[in-house]
Structure formats: structure tokens, C-alpha cells
Design a protein around this ligand. Structure first.
Ligand code: IMP
Ligand code: MG
Length: 174
């Protein structure tokens, strides 16, 4: 499939290599802990699926759904339309996000989970767009790639529900 609006920013090989490194680091950091990965739907689903298959420690997986985006900009109005299904008490939670942009989605997720008496709560994102950060209190603990302020699609990330299936991460040109 060829689409002139798409330009590869991170190739599938670059992504695969970095995901392996992240899985290695996280496996080491959470050795002996009660790791619960919480994948933020839908964008982080491909990243989470690849990440867990490289993990070398036992873990649990749960999902939440949050949305704040309309088109190519964050509305700032974050909704949690699906919460985690199991208990969070005593768990070492690692939130798995596709991308952090303004930080508003992650801020509201962290605030939500903070009430649930987890043992620890950290944040892992495949992509970080720090130049757009509106909530400076959101600092990811694990970052795959820091990218410029461009709208990207592929590897789970969408534009109006399209392009999630692309294997490379691409800039969508306006
Ligand atoms: P934030 O609340 O502004 O940090 O936005 C986080 C969410 O917006 C992410 O989980 C993505 O779903 C979406 N998002 C932010 N930037 C992009 C992008 O460049 N492409 C696709 N989705 C994005
Ligand atoms: Mg998302």
C-alpha cells in the first residue's frame, strides 16, 4: 500500500529493537515484584502485545480505555470508558501507553489508579512528544522514543481509527 501522506519516522526494525530493550529493562526492574501491566486501549495494544512476549518475568495484563482526542489534537476532556477488571491492591502497576502528548490522559489515569492502594505505579510509553506537554507533572519512567511534535500513525496509533495496522511508525502529513 502506498500513501503519499505517510513518511516513515521509525522503521519496524527500529521499533522491534527498542521494544526488546524495554522488555529487558522492565524485566530486570520488576524481578520478584507483583507486576500488573495496564494497557491503554486502543493505541497501545500492539506495543503491549510485542512487549509482553519479550518479558522474562511473570506478569498480569489488564486494559483500560481513555479518550481525549478528536482528529489531530487533544480535547483535554479525558474520559475513562473502561476501567481495569481486576483488583489493583498490592500490585506493581505499570501503565502502558502508545504516546504521551499533552500528558492530560496519563494525568487522569494516574489520579484514578492512585486511589486503589497499589504497591507502586509507574508509566511506560512507546513514544514521547515532550514539546507539547501541558501537564509537567507527568514524567514517564520508561520511554521508547522521544519524537518531535508531529502527528504519527501506525503500530497501533490511529488517525480517526485508520492506519493502526501499519508496521512502521509514520508521520501523517497534513
Ligand atoms: P495526551 O492526553 O495529549 O497526552 O494524548 C494522549 C493520547 O492521544 C494518546 O494515548 C494517543 O491515543 C493520542 N495521541 C497523541 N498524539 C498522537 C499522535 O501523534 N498520533 C496518534 N495519536 C496520538
Ligand atoms: Mg491512546
Amino acid at each position: 500500500m502506498r500513501d503519499d501522506r505517510l513518511e516513515v519516522l521509525l522503521s519496524r526494525e527500529q521499533v522491534a529493537e527498542r521494544v526488546l530493550e524495554l522488555a529487558d529493562t522492565i524485566s530486570r526492574d520488576y524481578e520478584g515484584k507483583n507486576l500488573l501491566l495496564i494497557c491503554v486501549l486502543k493505541g497501545a495494544v500492539i506495543f503491549a502485545a510485542d512487549l509482553i512476549r519479550h518479558m522474562r518475568i511473570p506478569l498480569e495484563l489488564d486494559f483500560v480505555a481513555a479518550s481525549s482526542y478528536q482528529g489531530q489534537s487533544s480535547s483535554g476532556d479525558v474520559k475513562l470508558s473502561r476501567g481495569p477488571s481486576g483488583t489493583l491492591r498490592g500490585k506493581d502497576i505499570l501503565i502502558i501507553e502508545d504516546i504521551i502528548d499533552t500528558g492530560l490522559t496519563c494525568r487522569s489515569l494516574i489520579d484514578h489508579f492512585a486511589e486503589h492502594k497499589a504497591s507502586s505505579l509507574r508509566l511506560c510509553t512507546l513514544l514521547d512528544k515532550p514539546s507539547e506537554r501541558r501537564n509537567e507533572s507527568v514524567q514517564p519512567d520508561y520511554v521508547g522514543f522521544t519524537i518531535p511534535d508531529k502527528f504519527v500513525v501506525g503500530y497501533g496509533l490511529d488517525y480517526e481509527e485508520k492506519y493502526r495496522e501499519l508496521r512502521d511508525i509514520c508521520v501523517l502529513k497534513a
